[in-house]
Design a protein around this ligand. Structure first.
Ligand code: SF4
Length: 338
C-alpha cells in the first residue's frame, strides 16, 4: 500500500503516554501543559489491536514512544503483546533513560529488539538547566543496564543546539564508543513544543561533520536504507554515527512513517495539522476490516512533506505559538511521539 507519491506504510510510532518526567527545552519548555484526558488513552489491548491491523497493511517496524514511555505502567506487557505479531520485523523503544535501569531486562525478556536513549549532554549541570532534570546518572545507568540486558544495537539520540551542547559533539561520540552505543545527532527542529526555536540555533549537518572532522580526521559516508531518517558516517577507527538532518536536508521523499498518539489519533506526518481518529471506531465496535479501510483511505490520500515545505519558507519561526499548542495538545511533540 502506497500513498499519493508512492511511499509505503512501513513504520509506525506508537505513543503510549503524553506525560514526561523531564522538561527538555526543545520539547516541553513551558511551566504547565494541557494533557490528554486519562479516559481517552488507549489500553494495551486497543494498541495491540491497532498495530495488528496496521501490520496487515504493511507495517513492519514499530517504535514505542511518548512522552516518556516507561512512565506507563508495565510497558513490558505491551511489548510482549506486540512481539506476538509475527509480521513485525522490528520492535523498538525510544526513552529518556531515567527509568530504564529497572526495566531493561524485563523489556528484553518480553521481546523488545532495540532501544534508543535520548541524551543531549554529558554534563549533569547542563541537563539540570536545560531539561530541569537532576537524573543524569540514572540515564547513564539505564544505558549500561540496557547493554547488560543484551540490547546490542543501542542508539543514543542527541539533539544539537547551538550555544547549549554543540561543544560536546566529539565527547558524545567518545561516550557512545565507550558505552557500545551509536550516537545520532539530530538537528534542532521547529515542531510541537519547540516554541523558542530559531534558525540560528540549528547546527546543520555540514557543520557537525566539519566540527567532528577537526577532532577525528576523515569521515566517510556509509550506505544506508533510504527510508531511514539518519544519514550514517564512519570515522577512521571504524566508529559509526548518524545525523538526522531534518531541518537542512529533509527526507520526506522516502518517508514511510506515521504516528499514533496515546489516545488513538493517527498522524500521517510530524507536521500534520490534524490526525485521523482511530479511537472512536475502535471503541465504537468497528471490525478490523473497517479499521483497515479507514487507514487505507487516509494513506492513499497522503501527500504530506512537512519538513520540505518548512525548508522552503522564506522566514521561519516556531511552528505554533504557545496558545496554539494549548488549544490542541495533539500538536505537542510529547503527544505525537517525536
Ligand atoms: S516532515 Fe512529515 S513527511 Fe517529512 S519526513 Fe517528517 S513525517 Fe515524513
Amino acid at each position: 500500500m502506497v500513498d499519493r507519491v508512492g511511499r509505503p506504510l512501513t513504520s509506525l510510532r506508537v505513543s503510549v503516554t503524553d506525560r514526561c518526567n523531564m522538561r527538555c527545552h526543545y520539547c516541553m519548555p513551558e511551566d504547565d501543559y494541557v494533557w490528554l484526558p486519562r479516559a481517552s488513552l488507549l489500553t494495551y489491548e486497543e494498541m495491540a489491536r491497532l498495530v495488528a491491523v496496521f501490520a496487515t497493511l504493511g507495517v513492519r517496524k514499530v517504535r514505542l514512544t511518548g512522552g516518556e514511555p516507561l512512565l506507563r505502567k508495565d510497558l513490558a506487557t505491551l511489548v510482549a503483546m506486540l512481539q506476538r505479531e509475527h509480521r513485525l520485523h522490528d520492535l523498538a523503544l525510544t526513552t529518556n533513560g531515567t527509568l530504564l535501569a529497572g526495566e531493561a531486562e524485563r523489556l528484553r525478556r518480553a521481546g523488545l529488539d532495540r532501544i534508543t536513549v535520548s541524551l543531549d549532554t554529558l554534563r549533569p549541570e547542563r541537563l539540570e538547566r536545560f531539561a530541569k532534570s537532576g537524573r543524569h546518572a540514572e540515564i547513564v545507568a539505564g544505558i549500561r543496564a540496557a547493554r547488560r540486558a543484551g540490547f546490542e544495537r543501542l542508539k543514543i539520540n542527541s539533539v544539537v543546539i547551538r550555544g547549549y551542547n554543540d561543544d560536546e559533539l566529539a565527547d558524545l561520540i567518545g561516550f557512545g564508543r565507550a558505552e557500545g552505543a551509536e550516537i545520532r545527532f539530530i538537528e534542532y527542529m521547529d515542531v510541537g513544543g519547540a516554541t523558542r526555536w530559531s534558525r540560528d540555533q540549528v547546527v546543520p549537518r555540514s557543520e557537525i561533520l566539519e566540527r567532528l572532522g577537526r577532532t577525528y580526521g576523515s569521515i566517510a559516508a556509509v550506505a544506508h536504507d533510504s527510508s531511514a531518517p539518519a544519514a550514517r558516517f564512519r570515522l577512521a577507527d571504524g566508529t559509526e554515527f548518524g545525523i538526522i538532518a531534518s531541518v537542512t536536508a529533509p527526507f520526506c521523499a522516502a518517508c514511510d512513517r506515521s504516528r499514533v498518539t496515546a489516545d488513538g489519533t493517527w498522524f500521517l506526518c510530524l507536521y500534520a495539522g490534524a490526525g485521523v481518529d482511530l479511537r472512536q471506531p475502535v471503541r465504537g465496535g468497528a471490525t478490523d476490516a473497517e479499521l483497515a479501510a479507514t487507514i487505507t483511505a487516509a494513506w492513499h490520500a497522503r501527500a504530506d512533506r512537512g519538513a520540505e515545505q518548512r525548508l522552503a519558507l522564506p522566514v521561519r519561526g516556531a511552528l505554533y505559538p504557545i496558545d496554539g499548542l494549548r488549544a490542541d495538545p495533539h500538536r505537542e511533540m510529547h503527544t505525537r511521539g517525536g
